[in-house]
Design a binder for this molecule. Structure first.
Ligand code: F58
Length: 829
């Protein structure tokens, strides 16, 4: 026997693997010259960044190939995380941290007279998501790799991600996100990994050779999905999973007829229509978009991903009847919920499995995570639209529903109202498919994302389902990765922590508890304050550069950074700022500790009220920042374009984290965790994961205010009259009258009228109801801030008690409660 030419487990050259300064330096030069074809003289900063990225990527891919090899080994269950959105953030620094070569790389570059941080700034982040849901998917990818859980992330390679935000004349302006403009060194295109996805047309019945009844889908269009893979390396492990994103292309063969008939333009037009599917991300946060293109996007990536899994499964030589043994598929909200029908279709129509088997496999494969209770965010597709685009899936959904309602009626005989409420098809008005019901029926497990949210889910939106299948419902509280949100975002803090608790806390965040006794050590508190101050100085510099406002780093940095939505109540924050401002105008000697209010928030482009709230913030900033009576004691900053890259500068610099949503509306929140990990104290309501954060850090270290979810519901049931609150509270009256007067709008009384009217006459998110409690709580914040030692103590204790909110804990919970994945291989410290 001769040696095979290509070994099964090849060893790559040390120039691509090596971690010494010399290896890194040589590898960087090789990549610059041989991969990019650039000499040092002509190299642009972007060329240098690209060479650096490729140098890091070499080390990452070496591990990626190893991980794929291991998948073929004795069967471990593989997690497939299906998400229409991912927000990975810049890859470079994260990979350097995970590889453990930040310093050697810094030195290698320094020897070439290059600066690591400056080159890292060149990286454009993939903004393939709107906010919390997309970022959560990326935190989970990071944690799965770090825990050695084999996983694939499946999603859409949008050509244009979430828009870049600029502020023009105080208004949000949206700029197209051309993130691929300079290429993307982190992705490997796989032109050979393709799937065909069908749309439209009709179905036909037929009988196969065994005389079995079958259905064939004859599509009107076929689109090709092409895989683009991004390696996702875990922290200090060899596991490197894959984020596989699908790009839509035209199938070559499809337009041949038009082409041959000389209809060149029609052929090209069809190509463009196909490619449209993955052109652009819908920039809506918490609102379901009933557009056909959106459904095309959802089905496109779901079909590609499931076909890919089937193909890999067969490649591994495993029988389709055991599909669920290999794959744990998690649906990130209902955006991929069409997977329920598509998996059944693939198994029954394409692979000739009996319905009962296909259904059992589907139910054992899929899990569903719900991220919202807001009615406007619950997806419903018109039956007509869905049936036109996916005729076979509509038939399958009807059949699933028929069998399901049989079960409901057997359990609750005579309760037709219940059957109507639970039906996957909503028959009231235009008939629609309720995607949350489809997911709840087709999945083995349904989970909410924080304890309160999971409870409310079983009491409201999915109550009937909970009564039918109580065991299906579990909670998995969200978490965030401390690698990106502490180690990458805040290196000085990470160093200070490591000095005191030793290495290992980034893998086992519970070890942060070891910081607790240090809260009583004045020297440690001094160091802690020093780290915070340096982050605030850095943010102040960015604010000066980008917003042109000078802020004092020694002031209290009060930050609200998240998508703009009425339920998140950025306007409540503004009302408080204006109440302080008007107090200073009345009494310029008032003793108010200096504060810098920082906002970061993108508004959905079509969300009228959200855009007005941005305008209100910028108008407030104009009034406050320039007013001599204020003496610089208050500053208001709208920091534009809040994305992962900017967030990394914002979280470390916050003293106070605003988590002030109407109780019962924020499913979990994850920014709340990122701020607290960086030593911010929280002012917040009993909503989402705030409840659990407060339990962990202790009520004495958390500024709580406002109605509870139960009280909010009672108030609404009693008949809430915001106007009465206005009449009763002089402070509130003054603020609202001030906004209404046009004082913030050069006398224009119309600009903020819709906002003020909405608050006075409707106020669906109980802003006025919570105003007094909020202002009172903020006064306590100001008092607490005066005692720097006590504040620092609380800050340390907050960070020290955040262990539970590592996404590693969330992933362990998913493995145990949802995926039935054994973590034996993972470090259990
Ligand atoms: C968010 N949802 C929740 N949706 O609002 C937040 O409380 C939670 O912490 C987070 O999920 C993670 O569980 C969210 O971000 C979206 O952005 C959707 C995008 C697609 C359209 C509908 C909203």
């Amino acid at each position: 026997m001769t040696e095979p030419a290509l070994p099964a487990a090849p060893t790559v050259s040390s120039l691509r693997r090596g971690m010494t300064v010399a290896d890194l330096k040589q590898s960087f030069i090789d990549n610059l010259v041989c991969t990019l074809g650039r000499g040092p003289k002509l190299a642009t900063p972007h060329d240098l960044y690209a060479a650096l990225a490729l140098t890091v990527r070499d080390r990452v891919l070496d591990r990626g190939v190893q991980t794929v090899r291991e998948l073929a080994g004795p069967s471990a269950r593989i997690v497939a995380y299906l998400s229409a959105e991912f927000l990975p953030g810049p890859h470079l620094m994260n990979n350097l941290v995970n590889l453990g070569i930040v310093e050697p790389m810094r030195q290698a570059l320094a020897e070439l007279e290059l600066d690591l941080d400056r080159l890292a700034e060149e990286e454009e982040e993939p903004g393939l998501g709107n906010g919390g849901l997309g970022r959560l998917a990326s935190c989970y990818m990071d944690s799965m790799a770090s825990l050695d859980v084999p996983a694939l992330g499946y999603g859409i390679r949008y050509e244009f991600g979430i828009f870049d935000q600029a502020i023009k004349d105080g208004w949000q302006a949206e700029i197209t996100d051309k993130w691929l403009r300079n290429g993307n060194p982190w992705e490997i295109p796989r032109p050979e990994v393709t799937c065909e996805v069908m749309f439209g047309g009709h179905t036909e019945k037929w009988y196969d050779d065994h005389g079995r009844f079958r259905v064939r889908w004859v599509p009107r269009d076929v689109v090709k999905g092409v895989a683009y893979d991004t390696p996702i390396l875990g922290y200090r492990v060899c596991t490197c999973n894959t984020l596989r994103l699908w790009k839509a292309e035209a199938v070559e063969s499809f337009d041949f007829e038009a082409f041959n008939h000389g209809d060149y333009y029609r052929a090209v037009e069809d190509k463009m229509v196909s490619e449209n599917i993955t052109k652009v991300l819908y920039p809506n946060d918490e609102i379901a978009q009933g557009k056909i293109l959106r459904l095309q996007q959802q089905f496109f990536f779901v079909s590609c991903s499931l076909q890919d899994m089937v193909r890999l499964h067969l490649l591994l030589g495993r029988p389709l009847a055991r599909f669920h043994d290999t794959w744990a598929v998690q649906l990130n909200d209902t955006h991929p919920a069409i997977a329920v029908a598509e998996l059944v279709r693939l198994l029954v129509d394409e692979h000739a499995l009996p319905w009962a088997d296909a259904w059992a496999i589907t139910q054992q494969t899929l899990g569903y995570t719900n991220h919202t209770l807001l009615p406007e965010a619950l997806e419903k597709w018109s039956v007509e639209l869905l049936g036109g685009l996916l005729p076979r899936h509509l038939e399958i959904i009807y059949e699933i529903n028929r069998r399901f309602l049989e079960e409901v009626r057997a359990r609750f005989p005579g309760d037709e109202a219940r059957a109507g409420r639970m039906s996957i098809i909503d028959e009231a008005g235009e008939r629609t498919v309720r995607m949350a019901h489809l997911a709840a029926v087709g999945c083995h497990t349904v989970n909410g994302v924080a304890a309160l949210h999971s409870r409310l889910l079983t009491e409201t939106v999915l109550r009937d389902f909970f009564e039918l299948w109580p065991d299906k419902f579990v909670n998995v509280t969200n978490g965030v990765t401390p690698r990106r949100f502490v180690a990458v975002s805040n290196p000085p803090l990470a160093r200070l922590i490591t000095e005191r608790v030793g290495e290992g806390w980034l893998k086992d965040l519970a070890r942060l508890r070891r910081l607790e006794p240090l809260a009583d050590d004045p020297e440690f508190r001094r160091q802690w304050r020093g780290v915070k101050l340096s982050a605030k100085r850095a943010l102040a510099t960015l604010i000066a550069e980008r917003v042109g406002v000078a802020v004092d780093p020694s002031a209290l940095f009060d930050v609200q950074a998240k998508r703009l939505h009425e339920y998140k109540r950025q306007h409540l924050n503004v009302l408080h700022i204006l109440s302080l401002y008007l107090r200073l105008k009345r009494d310029p000697a008032a003793d108010i500790p200096p504060r810098v209010f920082v906002f970061g928030a993108k508004a959905a482009p079509g969300y009228f009220m959200a855009k007005r709230i941005i305008r209100l913030i910028t108008a407030t900033a104009e009034a406050v920042n320039g007013d001599a009576d204020v003496h610089g004691r208050l500053k208001v900053v709208f920091f534009p374009d809040f994305n992962v890259k900017n967030a990394q500068h914002v979280y470390p610099a916050a003293d106070l984290s605003e988590q002030i949503s109407t109780a019962g509306k924020e499913a979990s929140g994850t920014g709340n965790m990122k701020f607290a990990m960086n030593g911010a104290l929280t002012i917040g309501t009993l909503d989402g994961a705030n409840v659990e954060i407060r339990d962990e850090v202790g009520p004495e270290n958390f500024f709580l205010f406002g109605l509870t979810a139960g009280e909010a519901a009672e108030l609404r049931a009693r008949g809430y009259r915001p106007r009465d609150v206005y009449e009763r509270n002089a402070d509130l009256r003054e603020v609202l009258d001030y906004i209404g007067s046009g004082a913030l709008a050069r006398g224009d009384t119309q600009l903020f009228k819709p906002l003020v009217d909405n608050l006075l006459w409707s106020d669906p998110f109980l802003v006025l109801a919570d105003f007094e409690a909020y202002v009172g709580c903020q006064a306590k914040v100001s008092e607490a801030w005066r005692d720097a030692e006590a504040w620092t103590r609380m800050s340390i204790l907050n960070a020290a008690r955040m262990g539970r909110f590592s996404s590693d804990r969330s992933i362990r919970d998913y493995c145990a409660r949802v995926w039935n994945v054994d973590l034996a291989r993972a470090p259990q410290e």
